[in-house]
Ligand binder design. Structure first.
Ligand code: BTN
Length: 246
């Protein structure tokens, strides 16, 4: 097992991702080291979003990897293995509730957000030097503020409390299995990722470059951009800033 062989636990941190970045500069951290916190005072989400989580209720973790075998252009494989690792854990923990990966960084259960992923990759020359993989996974929180959008927790889905450390260990195992596929079976990893994508091959509404379009997600290109096919046959390749799900 690589992920979680060493765990650095914190009661309170600003952001586990920022702490991981700081520690990488000063300490020797073995491959797969995980930084956790029970509470974050400045939890980060994508863009300028905050990640809000009640104290001691959820998993707030950052995993440190040095995937020097991946070229910079292959970095989306990290997002794929992490998304699928979280999905596997949740599918097992809920005994089959449908869990989807909403490109590029949300995990949905029953169409509501249950986890968010924030990955910071550092490149050295052609290859990745390190990757800080931040995961916020809602476990025992009973309700969420309006700012969190439509959110849900494992407890809300299963109507029971879950032991945080057991959930964490479970997540490490499912992440580890998917990490092995990055080098061992990347084709299968991509196939599984597409198979678990929210709205894959379904017509739906999007705002693409400020224009409302009806389109179908057809895949993800080698740089991790979302590919869609419009109703009239037009093709779209989108970065996160180009597209909004409606
Ligand atoms: C998102 O959905 O916008 C991504 C949220 C990522 C949240 C996690 S919680 C642990 C780690 N530390 C942070 O400050 N953010 C990530």
């Amino acid at each position: 097992m690589i992920i979680g062989k060493k765990v650095i636990e914190n009661d309170i941190a600003g952001s586990t991702n920022e702490l991981a970045e700081r520690l990488l500069g000063t300490d020797y951290l073995p491959e797969g080291t995980v930084i956790t916190a029970s509470y974050q005072t400045a939890g980060k989400g994508h863009g300028s979003n905050a990640w809000l989580s009640e104290k001691g209720k959820n998993l707030l973790i950052s995993v440190i990897l040095r995937p020097s075998y991946l070229e910079a252009g292959e970095q989306f494989l990290i997002s794929m293995f992490v998304s699928l690792g979280i999905r596997d854990m949740l599918m097992e923990a809920t005994e089959g509730i449908d869990v989807k990966v909403k490109w590029p960084n949300d995990i949905l259960a029953a169409e509501k957000k249950i986890a968010g992923i924030l990955i910071l990759n550092a490149v050295s020359g052609r290859y990745l030097a390190h990757s800080i993989i931040g995961i916020g996974l809602n476990i025992n929180q009973d309700s969420f503020p309006k700012e969190a959008g439509e959110a849900v927790s494992l407890k809300m889905l299963t109507s029971r409390q879950h032991e945080l450390i057991a959930c964490r260990e479970h997540l490490f195992r499912t992440l580890d299995k998917r990490l092995m596929m990055v080098t061992g079976a990347p084709g299968r990893l991509i196939e599984d990722y597409l198979g678990s994508l929210y709205r894959y091959r379904k017509m739906a509404d999007y705002l693409i470059n400020e224009k409302r379009v009806e389109a179908m997600i057809t895949g993800v290109d080698e740089f991790g951009r979302l590919c869609l096919s419009g109703k009239g046959g037009e093709e779209f390749v989108c970065d996160i800033k180009d597209i909004k799900y409606l």
